[in-house]
Design a binder for this molecule. Sequence first.
Ligand code: ZN
Ligand code: ZN
Length: 298
Amino acid sequence: MNLLEALFSGAKAFVKELVSVARTVVREVLKEVDQSAFGRSATRLVDGIADRYFTQARDLSEEESELAEKSRRDGLRTEADAERLREIAAERERVRAKMERINAERSAQDLRDHADETLVARLDDDELSSTVGILAAKVCPACGGTMRIRQGPVASDTGIRRFYWQCTEPNLPMCPYVKLDPSKVNAGVVRLADPDLDTPKEQRRAVWNRNDVIAETHGRVRQHLGDDDKQVVCPRHLLPMKLLPKRNQGGRVLDSYEYVCLGVTTDGKACEYKIDLQTMPQVAAMLRRTEGEGIIRH
Ligand SMILES: [Zn+2]
Ligand SMILES: [Zn+2]
């Protein structure tokens, strides 16, 4: 039937169309996952397996940063160092492939393990926003790489935020974006219950906008500053990104923080890849990942 659009860790899948009753959708998606290359894996993944690849990625980044520092100090880069930088890039691509594979297998396993607890909902902008920056098991149509959802600004004419799929491969030129407009298609999401997203839209937004809720939420967010988020990974360096205050912070919970990567480029500049924390569904999802509970709690 080809329903599966993308798979995320934590037993979450996007489906292209809400064609039939919920149970059938979940069953179809499971079948498709089991038939996929990553879904057939027989090995059961254990916690911490992805950490090995983060360690390898970190070692590569540290070496890259030392080489950048050395060439700045010496005012030149030796042929041996240039060659080593090429090796680092090649090694990183091998780590990337393994990391993506593990992520896809883990996501398949999560869905299989928790399929009975999942529900099916219509895909809307809040659902999309809650997955921004998270590595998805979704194949880039241009190069076969892994994709993730990014969010653009709110369109001034419609008041609707724009979303798109972005390829994470370091291709030049970059692979084309794939537009995502939940209002145009009858797309859905299979996922575990989540009070933030299960509460009807008007109602949840009313709660998210309450001053006491914002103040409490802001306090919770501050406690995670400086933490690595293993689900938000820099596509350039493959390092978990850190939630940090923005340089020009606005003072409010939605205009003050961003995920940054501490890697450096081969010429010693700070990595430019960033993800703004700018919507309440993003904040709720971050709190759910780190504390087990989002903003709306039952
Ligand atoms: Zn691509
Ligand atoms: Zn980076």
